[in-house]
Design a protein around this ligand. Structure first.
Ligand code: NAD
Length: 321
């Protein structure tokens, strides 16, 4: 009889949805919490899947010789004794970039809702006002054919760019002086050169764009990258969307820009002090054309499933060499 191909033994330290178990079982002998021999994960696993689970040095001391990979659901690995794990020759893999669709969709949602001033008009109607369709604030801007500025062209920025070009035929100014060659190629393949303008200085895009969306990590070079100078240079109809990190936009400058109408609106999923609260941001939150969210960019029902599938795919590739 033909030999049954070996399915690596993979132990998940966190529960998986039935559809994910079904997917993973095609490639792996998969053991999940609640299975009878689940407690033997240290000794018997060839790969382990972790989410917020802790793997400490004592666990590592019990690792069997067959363990090759730890697949992390998400990016942060602070709860893993990484040094000890690696010293056993075990490779730790994360799932970067899996949140991109969820965050890009939220940036788009904020853009669209602010382009038509939806939250403010809805609030007026709730409060009992009669809002005429020609009322101040009820006449918005369309996005089709508009010009967008994206700061940070990585996973999220690129995913948003794809949506904007696909849905609106957008022209895109991109500022990312440290864009990886792989991502640069993806951008070049996505847009005709007449639609993609890469700038070497973020200031150069400001006068041209209708929407600014931020997709950079908060690091030395990005802290306060959008401040008074940049906001002042924008169109008065412009919308600023920040789903990156609070410190990337100078919040005092943003408040000033809104009050003095240098720009028209701001969608903010990332505050310097989170979650956003009136105690810290009474004026900013109260602006009629500000929508505040408590860092929900990646909070979609799909993300958990998609991430678990990504962990399994990484493990599949890793075992295939
Ligand atoms: P990524 O690493 O794929 O992309 C980041 C991009 O920023 C890279 O292309 C990099 O070249 C670029 N960059 C670095 N320094 C820069 C600089 N000084 N100027 C311009 N560009 C610069 O990361 P990603 O997955 O696209 O995520 C982007 C950011 O989104 C994260 O760092 C995080 O802060 C934020 N985020 C927010 C949420 C949320 O819930 N709102 C969720 C996930 C990520």
């Amino acid at each position: 009889p033909a030999a049954v191909p070996h399915k690596p033994r993979v132990f998940s330290l966190y529960p998986l949805e039935p559809s994910v178990i079904e997917y993973g079982s095609q490639f792996f002998d998969l053991t999940v919490p609640g299975d009878p021999d689940w407690k033997n994960w240290r000794e018997e696993a060839e790969a382990v899947m972790v989410r917020s689970n802790v793997i400490d040095a004592d666990d590592v001391a019990k690792f069997g010789p067959g363990l090759k990979f730890v697949g992390k659901h998400g990016v942060g690995i602070d709860q893993l004794a990484a040094k000890e794990i690696r010293s056993k020759g075990v490779i730790i893999m994360n799932t970067a970039g899996v949140n991109a669709t969820a965050v890009a969709e939220l940036a788009l949602a904020l853009t669209m809702t602010l382009a038509r001033n939806i939250p403010a008009i809805d609030r007026r109607i709730r409060s009992g006002a009669t809002v005429d369709k020609n009322a101040e604030g009820a006449v918005g801007i369309q996005l089709t054919g508009r010009t967008f500025g994206i700061v940070g062209g990585g996973n999220i920025g690129y995913t948003l760019g794809k949506m904007l070009y696909g849905a609106f035929g957008a022209q895109i100014y991109l500022y990312d002086p440290v864009l990886s060659p792989t991502m640069a190629q993806k951008w070049a393949d996505l847009l005709p050169s007449s639609k993609l303008i890469r700038v070497d200085n973020v200031d150069d895009m400001m006068p041209h764009i209708d929407v600014l969306s931020l997709h950079v990590p908060l690091i030395e070079s990005t802290r306060g990258i959008i401040g008074e100078k940049q906001l002042k240079a924008m169109k008065p109809t412009a919308i600023v969307v920040n789903t990156a990190r609070g410190g990337v936009v100078d919040e005092a400058a943003l408040l000033k820009a809104l009050k003095e109408k240098w720009i028209s609106a701001a969608g903010i999923d990332a505050y310097a002090i989170e979650p956003p609260h009136v105690d810290n941001y009474s004026e900013l939150i109260a602006q009629e054309r500000v929508v505040s969210l408590p860092h929900i960019g990646a909070a979609s029902l799909d993300v958990i499933r998609i991430t678990a599938i990504a962990v399994l795919d990484h493990l599949k590739d890793a075992f295939a060499g």
